[in-house]
Design a protein around this ligand. Structure first.
Ligand code: AMP
Length: 288
């Protein structure tokens, strides 16, 4: 594995294996580092499907609002380098901030609609969060030029926003969304879990428990959104978790639904101590 930090180096390293167009596939896994098994699952999938695997490691300041955890965000490049190497990554692209945002940087990408709800709502992280995400992912796609790019279903809204951007702006890349990886007790893996003390971690388990409770009532035939949401809220209430949101949305376009039909996403966000956690599940999906 090679670590590179500039776009010139990245392109010259990729020029070798790439050869003729279409002859050699390149997969990109964008991350903010502090790798866990969720990240590694994306790397494994990319490794299995692509000849060259690039992992980007960049804690993107543009997706953090003032007052959010940019400075506190956990970082450990040494350990990430070992894990990336262990997962068979060919190129670790770890640009410094000024490579991504050089002086005078003035352009951004914004997807309308999908970014104004849930985590993009003004009472939540706001649309600026997603503007930061789409801008950096657009840049990474242009810098690396991958054939495939891998994201986690854990960030379901982010994945839909990126799919929209890729379709709207004709990025020549296939977007693959991979299942959420969980701890044995159900907690969705997240770099931000590092903020949780043991009592908070215990409370954080209520998110995945709430998803499972809702899934159970759906499996038993319940279809009314209010009843399904009630099952999820009851679990959160009991654990003393006041969610930022708990909602049922279409898994295709995040439109609110009042009945669970076909592909329905249950999404939860909650602040637990210093950690803002999100989790989701597709209800009644027997393929999981
Ligand atoms: P992050 O480093 O948090 O920006 O995440 C990088 C990528 O890993 C994103 O596509 C996330 O959706 C994905 N990811 C994060 N947590 C998980 C998880 N528990 N399971 C699967 N993918 C995940």
């Amino acid at each position: 594995m090679r670590t590179v930090r500039t776009v010139e180096d990245l392109r010259s390293v990729l020029a070798g294996p790439r050869g003729e167009p279409g002859a050699h596939s390149v997969g990109l896994v964008p991350t903010m580092g502090f790798l866990h098994a969720g990240h590694v699952s994306l790397l494994d999938r990319a490794r299995a499907e692509c000849e060259t695997v690039v992992m980007s490691l960049f804690v993107n300041p543009a997706q953090f609002a003032p007052g959010e955890d940019l400075d506190a965000y956990p970082r450990d490049e040494e350990r990430d380098t070992e894990r990336a190497q262990g997962a068979g990554v060919d190129i670790l692209f770890a640009p410094p901030r000024e490579v991504v945002y050089p002086p005078g940087f003035a352009t951004s990408i914004e997807v309308a609609g999908l970014t104004e709800i849930l985590c993009g709502h003004p009472d939540s992280r706001g649309r600026e969060h997603f503007r930061g995400v789409t801008t950096v992912v657009g840049k990474l796609l242009n810098m690396v030029g991958p054939d495939r790019v891998y994201f986690g279903q854990k960030d379901a809204q982010q994945a839909l926003v990126i799919e929209r951007m890729v379709a709207d702006l004709d990025f020549r890349v296939e977007v693959l969304v991979c299942p959420t990886v969980r701890e044995p007790d159900g907690l969705a893996m997240s770099s931000r879990n590092a903020y949780l003390d043991p009592a908070e971690r215990e409370r954080a388990l209520a998110l995945s428990r709430a998803l499972r409770a809702a899934d159970r009532v759906v499996t038993h035939g319940e279809r009314s959104a209010s009843a399904v949401l009630q099952a999820a809220r009851a679990v959160l209430d009991e654990a003393g978790v006041a969610p930022d949101y708990v909602e049922l949305r279409s898994a295709r376009d995040l439109v609110p639904v009042d009945r669970v039909n076909g592909s329905t996403l249950l999404v939860i966000a909650a602040q637990i101590g210093q950690a803002r956690l999100i989790d989701n599940t597709i209800l009644g999906d027997s393929s999981r």
